[in-house]
Design a protein around this ligand. Structure first.
Ligand SMILES: Cc1cc2nc3c(=O)[nH]c(=O)nc-3n(C[C@H](O)[C@H](O)[C@H](O)COP(=O)(O)OP(=O)(O)OC[C@H]3O[C@@H](n4cnc5c(N)ncnc54)[C@H](O)[C@@H]3O)c2cc1C
Length: 592
Protein backbone atom coordinates (compact mmCIF):
# COMPACT_ATOMS: atom_id res chain seq x y z
CA UNK A 1 0.00 0.00 0.00
CA UNK A 2 1.84 3.19 -1.15
CA UNK A 3 1.69 6.25 1.08
CA UNK A 4 -1.29 8.55 0.69
CA UNK A 5 -1.15 12.08 2.18
CA UNK A 6 -4.04 12.75 4.53
CA UNK A 7 -5.42 16.09 3.36
CA UNK A 8 -8.17 16.08 5.98
CA UNK A 9 -5.91 15.86 9.00
CA UNK A 10 -3.31 18.23 7.56
CA UNK A 11 -5.99 20.76 6.62
CA UNK A 12 -7.52 20.63 10.11
CA UNK A 13 -4.14 21.35 11.71
CA UNK A 14 -3.19 24.10 9.25
CA UNK A 15 -6.49 25.91 8.87
CA UNK A 16 -8.58 25.17 11.97
CA UNK A 17 -5.97 24.86 14.71
CA UNK A 18 -3.10 27.02 13.46
CA UNK A 19 -5.13 29.38 11.29
CA UNK A 20 -2.05 29.63 9.13
CA UNK A 21 -3.53 31.70 6.26
CA UNK A 22 -4.39 34.59 8.61
CA UNK A 23 -0.84 34.63 9.99
CA UNK A 24 0.77 34.42 6.57
CA UNK A 25 -1.49 36.94 4.87
CA UNK A 26 -0.50 39.50 7.50
CA UNK A 27 2.93 39.48 5.82
CA UNK A 28 2.91 41.82 2.81
CA UNK A 29 4.98 39.41 0.67
CA UNK A 30 2.57 36.55 1.32
CA UNK A 31 -0.73 38.46 1.19
CA UNK A 32 -2.05 36.12 -1.49
CA UNK A 33 -1.56 32.96 0.58
CA UNK A 34 -5.22 32.49 1.47
CA UNK A 35 -6.88 29.20 2.36
CA UNK A 36 -8.24 28.38 -1.13
CA UNK A 37 -4.79 28.90 -2.64
CA UNK A 38 -3.13 26.75 0.01
CA UNK A 39 -5.79 24.05 -0.37
CA UNK A 40 -5.27 24.05 -4.13
CA UNK A 41 -1.47 23.70 -3.82
CA UNK A 42 -1.77 20.95 -1.20
CA UNK A 43 -4.36 19.10 -3.29
CA UNK A 44 -2.04 19.06 -6.31
CA UNK A 45 0.94 18.16 -4.12
CA UNK A 46 -0.89 15.19 -2.60
CA UNK A 47 -1.75 13.90 -6.09
CA UNK A 48 1.85 14.22 -7.25
CA UNK A 49 3.18 12.50 -4.14
CA UNK A 50 0.69 9.63 -4.26
CA UNK A 51 0.70 9.06 -8.04
CA UNK A 52 4.30 9.77 -9.08
CA UNK A 53 6.67 9.46 -6.12
CA UNK A 54 5.13 6.89 -3.74
CA UNK A 55 4.94 4.03 -6.29
CA UNK A 56 8.74 4.24 -6.77
CA UNK A 57 9.64 3.65 -3.13
CA UNK A 58 9.88 -0.14 -3.40
CA UNK A 59 11.92 -0.11 -6.63
CA UNK A 60 14.25 2.45 -5.07
CA UNK A 61 14.87 0.12 -2.14
CA UNK A 62 15.25 -3.09 -4.12
CA UNK A 63 17.13 -1.85 -7.19
CA UNK A 64 19.12 0.86 -5.43
CA UNK A 65 21.67 3.13 -7.09
CA UNK A 66 24.43 1.69 -9.28
CA UNK A 67 28.03 2.90 -9.58
CA UNK A 68 30.06 2.21 -12.70
CA UNK A 69 33.26 3.95 -13.80
CA UNK A 70 32.56 7.14 -11.91
CA UNK A 71 28.93 7.37 -13.05
CA UNK A 72 25.93 6.81 -10.82
CA UNK A 73 22.57 5.67 -12.10
CA UNK A 74 19.49 6.08 -9.95
CA UNK A 75 16.74 3.42 -9.77
CA UNK A 76 14.36 3.00 -12.74
CA UNK A 77 11.73 5.73 -12.85
CA UNK A 78 13.61 8.17 -10.59
CA UNK A 79 14.82 10.44 -13.40
CA UNK A 80 11.39 10.69 -15.05
CA UNK A 81 9.78 11.44 -11.69
CA UNK A 82 12.35 14.17 -11.05
CA UNK A 83 11.73 15.71 -14.48
CA UNK A 84 7.98 15.71 -13.76
CA UNK A 85 8.72 17.36 -10.39
CA UNK A 86 10.67 20.15 -12.10
CA UNK A 87 8.16 20.61 -14.91
CA UNK A 88 5.33 20.95 -12.41
CA UNK A 89 7.31 23.72 -10.67
CA UNK A 90 7.54 22.04 -7.26
CA UNK A 91 11.19 23.03 -6.55
CA UNK A 92 10.43 26.73 -6.95
CA UNK A 93 7.39 26.82 -4.66
CA UNK A 94 8.92 28.97 -1.91
CA UNK A 95 11.63 30.73 -3.95
CA UNK A 96 11.43 34.45 -4.70
CA UNK A 97 9.64 35.41 -7.91
CA UNK A 98 12.64 37.41 -9.14
CA UNK A 99 14.66 34.19 -9.07
CA UNK A 100 12.11 32.25 -11.10
CA UNK A 101 10.19 31.08 -8.03
CA UNK A 102 6.55 31.25 -7.04
CA UNK A 103 6.95 33.29 -3.84
CA UNK A 104 4.70 31.00 -1.77
CA UNK A 105 5.14 30.36 1.97
CA UNK A 106 7.88 28.08 3.22
CA UNK A 107 5.10 26.34 5.17
CA UNK A 108 3.77 24.81 1.94
CA UNK A 109 7.21 23.55 1.02
CA UNK A 110 7.50 22.03 4.50
CA UNK A 111 4.26 20.07 4.08
CA UNK A 112 5.30 19.02 0.56
CA UNK A 113 8.60 17.61 1.84
CA UNK A 114 6.94 15.85 4.77
CA UNK A 115 4.71 14.01 2.29
CA UNK A 116 7.50 13.34 -0.21
CA UNK A 117 9.71 11.84 2.50
CA UNK A 118 6.86 9.70 3.79
CA UNK A 119 6.18 8.45 0.26
CA UNK A 120 9.77 7.83 -0.83
CA UNK A 121 12.60 8.91 1.45
CA UNK A 122 15.36 7.86 -0.98
CA UNK A 123 14.04 9.84 -3.96
CA UNK A 124 13.31 12.89 -1.79
CA UNK A 125 16.95 13.12 -0.71
CA UNK A 126 17.79 14.46 -4.20
CA UNK A 127 15.69 17.64 -4.15
CA UNK A 128 15.84 17.82 -0.34
CA UNK A 129 18.86 20.16 -0.29
CA UNK A 130 17.75 22.40 -3.14
CA UNK A 131 15.96 25.07 -1.18
CA UNK A 132 18.70 25.33 1.44
CA UNK A 133 21.33 25.76 -1.29
CA UNK A 134 19.15 28.38 -2.95
CA UNK A 135 18.78 30.32 0.32
CA UNK A 136 22.50 30.06 1.00
CA UNK A 137 23.37 31.57 -2.38
CA UNK A 138 20.64 34.17 -2.17
CA UNK A 139 21.97 35.47 1.14
CA UNK A 140 25.70 35.08 0.71
CA UNK A 141 26.85 34.70 -2.91
CA UNK A 142 28.24 37.43 -5.16
CA UNK A 143 25.96 38.88 -7.82
CA UNK A 144 27.91 37.05 -10.52
CA UNK A 145 27.40 33.69 -8.80
CA UNK A 146 23.74 34.47 -8.28
CA UNK A 147 23.32 35.28 -11.96
CA UNK A 148 24.94 32.02 -12.97
CA UNK A 149 23.36 29.65 -10.44
CA UNK A 150 20.40 30.99 -8.47
CA UNK A 151 17.64 30.44 -11.01
CA UNK A 152 18.95 26.99 -11.96
CA UNK A 153 18.67 25.96 -8.30
CA UNK A 154 15.36 27.72 -7.71
CA UNK A 155 13.76 25.85 -10.58
CA UNK A 156 15.50 22.56 -9.81
CA UNK A 157 17.11 22.43 -13.25
CA UNK A 158 20.36 21.62 -11.42
CA UNK A 159 20.58 19.83 -8.10
CA UNK A 160 22.84 20.75 -5.17
CA UNK A 161 24.89 19.00 -2.51
CA UNK A 162 26.21 19.95 0.89
CA UNK A 163 29.86 18.80 1.15
CA UNK A 164 30.85 19.01 4.81
CA UNK A 165 31.85 15.59 6.12
CA UNK A 166 35.36 14.15 5.77
CA UNK A 167 36.72 10.86 7.10
CA UNK A 168 38.24 12.55 10.17
CA UNK A 169 35.63 15.35 10.41
CA UNK A 170 32.06 14.28 11.20
CA UNK A 171 30.32 16.05 14.08
CA UNK A 172 33.48 18.13 14.47
CA UNK A 173 33.66 20.01 11.17
CA UNK A 174 36.51 22.07 12.60
CA UNK A 175 38.74 19.09 11.77
CA UNK A 176 38.02 19.44 8.02
CA UNK A 177 41.16 19.48 5.89
CA UNK A 178 39.90 20.11 2.34
CA UNK A 179 41.85 23.13 1.13
CA UNK A 180 41.35 26.00 -1.29
CA UNK A 181 43.99 28.05 -3.06
CA UNK A 182 43.14 31.37 -4.71
CA UNK A 183 44.20 31.21 -8.36
CA UNK A 184 46.06 34.49 -8.16
CA UNK A 185 48.31 32.89 -5.52
CA UNK A 186 49.34 30.42 -8.21
CA UNK A 187 49.88 33.15 -10.78
CA UNK A 188 46.78 32.12 -12.75
CA UNK A 189 44.05 34.45 -13.86
CA UNK A 190 41.44 34.45 -11.15
CA UNK A 191 38.90 35.37 -13.74
CA UNK A 192 38.73 32.70 -16.39
CA UNK A 193 40.24 29.28 -16.40
CA UNK A 194 42.55 29.01 -19.41
CA UNK A 195 41.39 25.39 -19.74
CA UNK A 196 37.78 26.51 -20.07
CA UNK A 197 36.60 27.25 -23.60
CA UNK A 198 34.07 29.92 -22.81
CA UNK A 199 34.43 30.87 -19.16
CA UNK A 200 31.71 32.70 -17.31
CA UNK A 201 32.47 36.10 -15.97
CA UNK A 202 33.12 34.85 -12.47
CA UNK A 203 35.86 36.45 -10.43
CA UNK A 204 37.55 34.99 -7.35
CA UNK A 205 38.31 31.53 -8.70
CA UNK A 206 39.97 29.04 -6.35
CA UNK A 207 41.37 25.54 -6.66
CA UNK A 208 39.68 23.11 -4.24
CA UNK A 209 41.34 19.82 -3.22
CA UNK A 210 40.38 17.08 -0.78
CA UNK A 211 37.99 14.23 -0.10
CA UNK A 212 34.46 14.50 1.22
CA UNK A 213 32.50 11.44 2.33
CA UNK A 214 28.81 10.59 2.80
CA UNK A 215 27.75 13.20 0.23
CA UNK A 216 24.07 12.70 -0.61
CA UNK A 217 23.53 13.06 -4.35
CA UNK A 218 27.23 13.76 -5.00
CA UNK A 219 26.81 12.13 -8.41
CA UNK A 220 23.69 10.95 -10.24
CA UNK A 221 21.82 10.98 -13.54
CA UNK A 222 18.91 13.20 -12.49
CA UNK A 223 20.30 16.53 -13.75
CA UNK A 224 23.04 17.57 -16.18
CA UNK A 225 24.87 19.65 -13.63
CA UNK A 226 25.35 19.38 -9.86
CA UNK A 227 26.23 22.37 -7.70
CA UNK A 228 28.45 21.32 -4.79
CA UNK A 229 28.70 23.62 -1.79
CA UNK A 230 32.02 22.69 -0.21
CA UNK A 231 33.59 23.67 3.11
CA UNK A 232 37.35 24.15 2.71
CA UNK A 233 40.30 25.94 4.29
CA UNK A 234 42.17 28.84 2.69
CA UNK A 235 45.96 29.18 3.11
CA UNK A 236 46.81 30.51 6.57
CA UNK A 237 43.25 29.97 7.82
CA UNK A 238 42.77 29.66 11.57
CA UNK A 239 42.46 26.11 12.84
CA UNK A 240 39.00 24.87 13.80
CA UNK A 241 35.59 25.96 12.53
CA UNK A 242 36.54 29.65 12.22
CA UNK A 243 39.03 28.77 9.48
CA UNK A 244 36.39 27.26 7.19
CA UNK A 245 35.17 29.00 4.05
CA UNK A 246 32.39 27.95 1.69
CA UNK A 247 32.90 27.40 -2.03
CA UNK A 248 30.61 26.73 -4.95
CA UNK A 249 32.11 23.93 -7.04
CA UNK A 250 30.02 22.93 -10.06
CA UNK A 251 30.27 19.49 -11.66
CA UNK A 252 30.17 21.18 -15.08
CA UNK A 253 31.90 24.56 -15.42
CA UNK A 254 30.20 27.56 -17.01
CA UNK A 255 32.03 26.95 -20.29
CA UNK A 256 30.76 23.37 -20.48
CA UNK A 257 33.98 21.63 -19.41
CA UNK A 258 33.78 18.92 -16.73
CA UNK A 259 35.28 20.16 -13.45
CA UNK A 260 37.91 18.13 -11.56
CA UNK A 261 35.34 16.57 -9.23
CA UNK A 262 34.90 12.82 -9.19
CA UNK A 263 32.74 10.31 -7.38
CA UNK A 264 35.02 7.51 -6.13
CA UNK A 265 32.31 5.16 -4.93
CA UNK A 266 28.88 5.00 -3.37
CA UNK A 267 28.26 3.52 0.07
CA UNK A 268 26.37 0.27 0.73
CA UNK A 269 23.83 1.29 3.35
CA UNK A 270 21.31 -0.12 5.84
CA UNK A 271 18.50 1.71 4.01
CA UNK A 272 17.86 4.74 1.83
CA UNK A 273 19.00 2.73 -1.18
CA UNK A 274 17.37 5.15 -3.62
CA UNK A 275 19.80 7.89 -2.60
CA UNK A 276 23.45 7.68 -3.69
CA UNK A 277 25.73 8.44 -0.72
CA UNK A 278 29.01 9.35 -2.40
CA UNK A 279 32.70 9.64 -1.66
CA UNK A 280 33.73 12.76 -3.60
CA UNK A 281 37.26 13.69 -4.64
CA UNK A 282 38.17 17.28 -5.53
CA UNK A 283 41.47 17.51 -7.47
CA UNK A 284 42.25 21.22 -7.73
CA UNK A 285 38.66 21.71 -8.87
CA UNK A 286 37.51 25.19 -9.85
CA UNK A 287 35.46 26.77 -7.09
CA UNK A 288 34.21 30.21 -6.08
CA UNK A 289 34.01 31.68 -2.61
CA UNK A 290 30.51 32.18 -1.20
CA UNK A 291 30.39 34.99 1.35
CA UNK A 292 33.54 36.00 3.15
CA UNK A 293 36.63 33.98 3.94
CA UNK A 294 36.40 32.20 7.30
CA UNK A 295 32.62 32.58 7.47
CA UNK A 296 31.83 29.29 5.75
CA UNK A 297 29.84 27.78 8.60
CA UNK A 298 27.88 30.97 8.94
CA UNK A 299 26.94 30.86 5.25
CA UNK A 300 26.12 27.18 5.53
CA UNK A 301 23.98 27.87 8.58
CA UNK A 302 21.10 29.19 6.44
CA UNK A 303 21.15 25.90 4.60
CA UNK A 304 21.54 23.72 7.67
CA UNK A 305 18.72 25.33 9.67
CA UNK A 306 16.14 24.84 6.92
CA UNK A 307 17.54 21.34 6.35
CA UNK A 308 17.06 20.48 10.04
CA UNK A 309 13.38 21.40 9.91
CA UNK A 310 13.13 19.32 6.72
CA UNK A 311 14.64 16.37 8.58
CA UNK A 312 12.18 16.83 11.45
CA UNK A 313 9.36 16.73 8.89
CA UNK A 314 11.00 13.66 7.34
CA UNK A 315 10.70 11.97 10.73
CA UNK A 316 7.06 12.96 11.10
CA UNK A 317 6.27 11.81 7.54
CA UNK A 318 8.03 8.46 7.92
CA UNK A 319 6.21 7.80 11.18
CA UNK A 320 2.91 8.59 9.47
CA UNK A 321 3.79 6.23 6.60
CA UNK A 322 4.53 3.46 9.12
CA UNK A 323 1.32 4.21 11.01
CA UNK A 324 -0.76 4.09 7.80
CA UNK A 325 0.57 0.65 6.94
CA UNK A 326 0.14 -0.73 10.45
CA UNK A 327 -3.33 0.73 10.92
CA UNK A 328 -4.53 -0.77 7.62
CA UNK A 329 -3.04 -4.15 8.52
CA UNK A 330 -4.59 -4.09 11.99
CA UNK A 331 -8.00 -3.58 10.39
CA UNK A 332 -7.63 -6.64 8.16
CA UNK A 333 -5.81 -9.26 10.17
CA UNK A 334 -7.67 -11.37 12.74
CA UNK A 335 -5.92 -13.16 15.59
CA UNK A 336 -7.33 -14.43 18.90
CA UNK A 337 -10.26 -13.03 20.79
CA UNK A 338 -10.06 -9.46 22.11
CA UNK A 339 -11.22 -8.85 25.69
CA UNK A 340 -14.41 -6.97 26.54
CA UNK A 341 -17.93 -6.81 25.17
CA UNK A 342 -18.44 -7.74 21.55
CA UNK A 343 -19.39 -4.81 19.29
CA UNK A 344 -21.98 -5.47 16.57
CA UNK A 345 -19.26 -5.35 13.91
CA UNK A 346 -17.85 -8.65 15.16
CA UNK A 347 -19.77 -11.43 13.50
CA UNK A 348 -20.69 -14.22 15.89
CA UNK A 349 -19.20 -16.68 13.45
CA UNK A 350 -15.76 -15.05 13.46
CA UNK A 351 -13.41 -17.16 15.47
CA UNK A 352 -10.92 -14.31 15.97
CA UNK A 353 -10.98 -10.52 16.28
CA UNK A 354 -9.19 -7.85 14.31
CA UNK A 355 -5.79 -6.80 15.65
CA UNK A 356 -7.11 -3.25 16.05
CA UNK A 357 -9.50 -4.58 18.72
CA UNK A 358 -6.64 -5.82 20.91
CA UNK A 359 -5.76 -3.11 23.44
CA UNK A 360 -2.01 -3.76 23.10
CA UNK A 361 -2.07 -3.09 19.35
CA UNK A 362 -4.40 -0.13 19.60
CA UNK A 363 -2.10 1.41 22.19
CA UNK A 364 0.93 1.12 19.89
CA UNK A 365 -0.92 2.90 17.11
CA UNK A 366 -2.50 5.59 19.29
CA UNK A 367 0.86 6.55 20.80
CA UNK A 368 2.31 7.15 17.33
CA UNK A 369 -0.67 9.35 16.40
CA UNK A 370 0.12 11.52 19.41
CA UNK A 371 3.63 12.12 18.08
CA UNK A 372 2.61 12.51 14.43
CA UNK A 373 -0.14 15.11 14.77
CA UNK A 374 1.36 16.95 17.76
CA UNK A 375 4.68 17.05 15.88
CA UNK A 376 2.98 18.33 12.76
CA UNK A 377 1.38 21.18 14.64
CA UNK A 378 4.71 22.20 16.14
CA UNK A 379 6.62 21.84 12.87
CA UNK A 380 3.97 23.76 10.92
CA UNK A 381 4.00 26.50 13.53
CA UNK A 382 7.79 26.64 13.21
CA UNK A 383 7.47 26.84 9.43
CA UNK A 384 5.01 29.75 9.73
CA UNK A 385 7.46 31.49 12.04
CA UNK A 386 10.23 30.86 9.53
CA UNK A 387 8.07 32.76 7.05
CA UNK A 388 7.53 35.52 9.63
CA UNK A 389 11.29 35.65 10.32
CA UNK A 390 11.84 36.11 6.60
CA UNK A 391 9.07 38.44 5.58
CA UNK A 392 7.79 40.50 8.53
CA UNK A 393 8.40 44.22 8.01
CA UNK A 394 9.16 44.74 11.71
CA UNK A 395 12.65 43.76 12.89
CA UNK A 396 11.45 42.98 16.42
CA UNK A 397 8.82 40.53 15.12
CA UNK A 398 11.39 38.91 12.86
CA UNK A 399 13.79 38.47 15.78
CA UNK A 400 11.09 36.97 18.02
CA UNK A 401 10.06 34.49 15.33
CA UNK A 402 13.71 33.60 14.78
CA UNK A 403 14.13 32.88 18.51
CA UNK A 404 11.34 30.29 18.39
CA UNK A 405 12.84 28.67 15.27
CA UNK A 406 16.30 28.60 16.77
CA UNK A 407 15.18 26.96 20.04
CA UNK A 408 12.52 24.61 18.68
CA UNK A 409 14.21 23.32 15.49
CA UNK A 410 16.81 21.12 17.30
CA UNK A 411 14.02 19.75 19.50
CA UNK A 412 11.90 18.84 16.48
CA UNK A 413 14.85 17.35 14.61
CA UNK A 414 16.07 15.13 17.42
CA UNK A 415 12.86 14.11 19.18
CA UNK A 416 10.83 13.40 16.05
CA UNK A 417 13.53 11.50 14.19
CA UNK A 418 14.04 9.41 17.35
CA UNK A 419 10.31 8.74 17.39
CA UNK A 420 10.27 8.00 13.64
CA UNK A 421 12.67 5.08 14.03
CA UNK A 422 11.38 3.74 17.34
CA UNK A 423 7.74 4.37 16.45
CA UNK A 424 8.13 2.73 13.02
CA UNK A 425 9.60 -0.28 14.82
CA UNK A 426 6.51 -0.32 17.06
CA UNK A 427 4.34 -0.21 13.93
CA UNK A 428 6.30 -3.18 12.58
CA UNK A 429 5.28 -5.03 15.77
CA UNK A 430 1.65 -4.78 14.66
CA UNK A 431 2.52 -7.06 11.72
CA UNK A 432 4.08 -9.74 13.89
CA UNK A 433 6.48 -11.86 11.83
CA UNK A 434 4.97 -10.50 8.62
CA UNK A 435 6.51 -7.15 9.45
CA UNK A 436 9.98 -8.62 9.35
CA UNK A 437 9.68 -9.80 5.76
CA UNK A 438 9.78 -7.48 2.79
CA UNK A 439 6.30 -8.00 1.43
CA UNK A 440 4.54 -5.33 3.52
CA UNK A 441 7.17 -2.62 3.17
CA UNK A 442 7.24 -1.74 6.86
CA UNK A 443 10.79 -3.01 7.41
CA UNK A 444 11.98 -0.60 4.70
CA UNK A 445 10.56 2.33 6.65
CA UNK A 446 12.37 1.20 9.80
CA UNK A 447 15.67 0.93 7.89
CA UNK A 448 15.20 4.20 6.01
CA UNK A 449 14.18 6.16 9.11
CA UNK A 450 17.30 5.24 11.09
CA UNK A 451 19.56 7.68 9.25
CA UNK A 452 17.49 10.71 10.20
CA UNK A 453 18.83 10.37 13.76
CA UNK A 454 22.37 10.58 12.39
CA UNK A 455 22.63 13.18 9.68
CA UNK A 456 22.12 16.97 9.76
CA UNK A 457 23.88 16.89 13.11
CA UNK A 458 23.39 13.71 15.15
CA UNK A 459 20.66 13.84 17.77
CA UNK A 460 23.25 14.15 20.52
CA UNK A 461 24.70 17.21 18.77
CA UNK A 462 21.19 18.70 18.51
CA UNK A 463 20.72 18.22 22.25
CA UNK A 464 24.02 19.97 23.00
CA UNK A 465 23.10 22.73 20.56
CA UNK A 466 19.83 23.26 22.45
CA UNK A 467 21.04 23.12 26.04
CA UNK A 468 24.67 24.24 25.92
CA UNK A 469 24.60 26.77 23.08
CA UNK A 470 21.07 28.13 23.23
CA UNK A 471 19.47 27.64 26.66
CA UNK A 472 22.25 27.96 29.24
CA UNK A 473 24.24 30.98 27.98
CA UNK A 474 21.50 33.40 29.11
CA UNK A 475 20.62 31.36 32.20
CA UNK A 476 17.53 29.91 30.49
CA UNK A 477 15.86 33.28 29.92
CA UNK A 478 15.05 32.89 26.21
CA UNK A 479 13.58 29.43 26.74
CA UNK A 480 11.73 30.68 29.82
CA UNK A 481 10.20 33.48 27.74
CA UNK A 482 9.19 31.00 25.04
CA UNK A 483 7.50 28.77 27.65
CA UNK A 484 5.75 31.75 29.23
CA UNK A 485 4.47 32.70 25.78
CA UNK A 486 2.67 29.35 25.57
CA UNK A 487 0.51 30.03 28.63
CA UNK A 488 -2.06 32.62 27.50
CA UNK A 489 -4.30 30.24 25.58
CA UNK A 490 -4.36 27.61 28.33
CA UNK A 491 -7.50 27.29 30.42
CA UNK A 492 -7.04 25.96 33.98
CA UNK A 493 -10.61 24.64 33.82
CA UNK A 494 -9.50 21.92 31.39
CA UNK A 495 -7.65 18.92 32.77
CA UNK A 496 -4.98 18.74 30.03
CA UNK A 497 -4.43 22.50 30.04
CA UNK A 498 -3.98 22.54 33.81
CA UNK A 499 -1.44 19.75 33.59
CA UNK A 500 0.47 21.54 30.81
CA UNK A 501 0.58 24.73 32.89
CA UNK A 502 2.09 22.72 35.74
CA UNK A 503 4.59 21.08 33.38
CA UNK A 504 5.64 24.42 31.87
CA UNK A 505 6.40 25.75 35.34
CA UNK A 506 8.27 22.55 36.21
CA UNK A 507 10.46 22.83 33.11
CA UNK A 508 11.21 26.50 33.74
CA UNK A 509 12.22 25.72 37.31
CA UNK A 510 14.39 22.82 36.22
CA UNK A 511 16.09 25.02 33.61
CA UNK A 512 16.97 27.63 36.23
CA UNK A 513 18.38 25.06 38.66
CA UNK A 514 20.28 23.38 35.85
CA UNK A 515 21.80 26.70 34.80
CA UNK A 516 22.96 27.31 38.37
CA UNK A 517 24.34 23.78 38.82
CA UNK A 518 26.16 23.95 35.47
CA UNK A 519 28.23 26.90 36.62
CA UNK A 520 29.74 24.69 39.32
CA UNK A 521 29.98 21.61 37.08
CA UNK A 522 30.47 22.48 33.39
CA UNK A 523 30.26 18.80 32.38
CA UNK A 524 26.72 18.49 33.77
CA UNK A 525 24.83 19.92 30.76
CA UNK A 526 26.62 17.51 28.41
CA UNK A 527 25.57 14.58 30.59
CA UNK A 528 21.89 15.54 30.65
CA UNK A 529 21.40 17.24 27.26
CA UNK A 530 19.52 14.32 25.67
CA UNK A 531 17.11 13.99 28.59
CA UNK A 532 16.63 17.74 28.64
CA UNK A 533 15.79 17.89 24.93
CA UNK A 534 13.32 15.03 25.34
CA UNK A 535 11.72 16.84 28.30
CA UNK A 536 11.29 20.01 26.23
CA UNK A 537 9.84 17.92 23.39
CA UNK A 538 7.27 16.31 25.71
CA UNK A 539 6.15 19.64 27.13
CA UNK A 540 5.82 21.17 23.65
CA UNK A 541 3.97 18.07 22.46
CA UNK A 542 1.51 18.33 25.33
CA UNK A 543 1.00 22.02 24.61
CA UNK A 544 0.33 21.21 20.93
CA UNK A 545 -2.42 18.81 21.99
CA UNK A 546 -4.06 21.46 24.16
CA UNK A 547 -4.29 23.60 21.03
CA UNK A 548 -5.74 20.76 19.00
CA UNK A 549 -8.24 19.72 21.70
CA UNK A 550 -9.51 23.29 22.12
CA UNK A 551 -10.33 23.65 18.43
CA UNK A 552 -13.89 23.41 17.25
CA UNK A 553 -14.37 20.13 15.45
CA UNK A 554 -11.78 18.26 17.53
CA UNK A 555 -14.49 16.43 19.49
CA UNK A 556 -14.25 13.36 17.24
CA UNK A 557 -12.41 10.13 18.23
CA UNK A 558 -9.75 10.87 15.62
CA UNK A 559 -8.51 13.76 17.80
CA UNK A 560 -9.88 12.82 21.22
CA UNK A 561 -8.27 9.37 21.38
CA UNK A 562 -4.71 10.65 20.85
CA UNK A 563 -5.34 13.54 23.26
CA UNK A 564 -6.29 10.98 25.93
CA UNK A 565 -3.35 8.77 24.99
CA UNK A 566 -0.98 11.71 25.41
CA UNK A 567 -2.24 12.21 28.97
CA UNK A 568 -2.21 8.51 29.90
CA UNK A 569 0.77 7.05 28.05
CA UNK A 570 3.12 9.71 26.64
CA UNK A 571 3.36 12.62 29.07
CA UNK A 572 4.25 10.43 32.10
CA UNK A 573 7.66 9.95 30.45
CA UNK A 574 8.39 13.54 31.44
CA UNK A 575 8.66 12.49 35.11
CA UNK A 576 11.29 9.94 34.17
CA UNK A 577 13.31 12.48 32.16
CA UNK A 578 13.20 15.11 34.90
CA UNK A 579 14.26 12.54 37.45
CA UNK A 580 17.15 11.36 35.26
CA UNK A 581 18.35 14.95 35.04
CA UNK A 582 18.02 15.58 38.78
CA UNK A 583 19.94 12.41 39.56
CA UNK A 584 22.92 13.85 37.68
CA UNK A 585 22.82 17.10 39.64
CA UNK A 586 24.87 17.56 42.81
CA UNK A 587 23.00 16.60 46.01
CA UNK A 588 23.00 20.22 47.14
CA UNK A 589 20.87 21.23 44.16
CA UNK A 590 17.26 21.70 45.24
CA UNK A 591 14.93 18.88 44.25
CA UNK A 592 11.60 20.12 42.90
C1 LIG B 1 23.11 8.38 4.53
C2 LIG B 1 23.93 9.55 4.95
C3 LIG B 1 23.86 10.73 4.23
C4 LIG B 1 24.66 11.81 4.59
N1 LIG B 1 24.63 12.95 3.82
C5 LIG B 1 25.56 13.92 4.04
C6 LIG B 1 25.70 15.02 3.14
O1 LIG B 1 24.95 15.15 2.17
N2 LIG B 1 26.68 15.92 3.38
C7 LIG B 1 27.54 15.82 4.43
O2 LIG B 1 28.40 16.65 4.58
N3 LIG B 1 27.42 14.79 5.32
C8 LIG B 1 26.46 13.84 5.15
N4 LIG B 1 26.35 12.78 6.03
C9 LIG B 1 27.26 12.71 7.16
C10 LIG B 1 26.58 12.94 8.51
O3 LIG B 1 26.19 14.28 8.61
C11 LIG B 1 27.58 12.49 9.58
O4 LIG B 1 27.58 11.09 9.55
C12 LIG B 1 27.24 13.02 10.94
O5 LIG B 1 27.48 14.40 10.98
C13 LIG B 1 28.03 12.35 12.06
O6 LIG B 1 29.40 12.31 11.81
P1 LIG B 1 30.20 10.92 11.94
O7 LIG B 1 29.42 9.90 11.16
O8 LIG B 1 31.59 11.14 11.58
O9 LIG B 1 30.05 10.52 13.47
P2 LIG B 1 30.98 11.05 14.66
O10 LIG B 1 31.05 12.53 14.61
O11 LIG B 1 32.24 10.28 14.67
O12 LIG B 1 30.10 10.65 15.93
C14 LIG B 1 30.01 9.31 16.43
C15 LIG B 1 29.07 9.32 17.64
O13 LIG B 1 29.63 10.15 18.65
C16 LIG B 1 28.69 11.14 19.03
N5 LIG B 1 29.39 12.39 19.33
C17 LIG B 1 30.34 13.02 18.61
N6 LIG B 1 30.70 14.16 19.20
C18 LIG B 1 29.95 14.27 20.31
C19 LIG B 1 29.84 15.23 21.35
N7 LIG B 1 30.56 16.36 21.37
N8 LIG B 1 28.96 14.99 22.35
C20 LIG B 1 28.18 13.88 22.35
N9 LIG B 1 28.26 12.94 21.41
C21 LIG B 1 29.12 13.12 20.40
C22 LIG B 1 27.78 11.32 17.83
O14 LIG B 1 26.52 11.85 18.23
C23 LIG B 1 27.69 9.89 17.32
O15 LIG B 1 26.69 9.20 18.02
C24 LIG B 1 25.52 11.71 5.71
C25 LIG B 1 25.55 10.53 6.46
C26 LIG B 1 24.78 9.45 6.09
C27 LIG B 1 24.87 8.18 6.89
Amino acid sequence: MPYQPDLGRTGFLLFNVLQAPAQLQALPDLAEADQPLMEHVLGEASKFVAEVVAPLSRVGDEHGCRFEAGRVSTPPGFRAAYQAFVQAGWPSLACAEEDGGQGLPWLLEGVLYEWLSAANHGWTMAPGLLHGAYECLRHHASDALKTAYLEKLATGQWLATMCLTEPQAGSDLGLARTWAVPCRAEGESENKNPRTDAGADLTGRHRISGTKIFISGGEHDLTDNIVHLVLARLPGAAPGPKGLSLFLVPKVLPGGRRNAVACERIEEKMGLHGSPTCVMRFDAADGWLIGTAGAGLNAMFVMMNAARLHVALQGIGLLDAAWQKADAYARERRQMRAPGPRPDSRGAADSADLLIEHPAMRRLLDVQRVWIDGGRLLAYRTAVLLDVARHHPDAGERAQAQRWCSLVTPVLKAAWTHQAFHGASECLQVFGGHGYIREWGIEQIVRDARVSMLYEGTNEIQAIDLLVRKVLPDGGQALGALLLGLRPLLDTGRELDAEVLRRLAELRYLTTTLAAASVADPTLPYAVADDYLRAVALVLLAWAWTRISQTEGADTPCWQVPARTLHQRVLPELDLRLRLIRLQMPPAAPLA
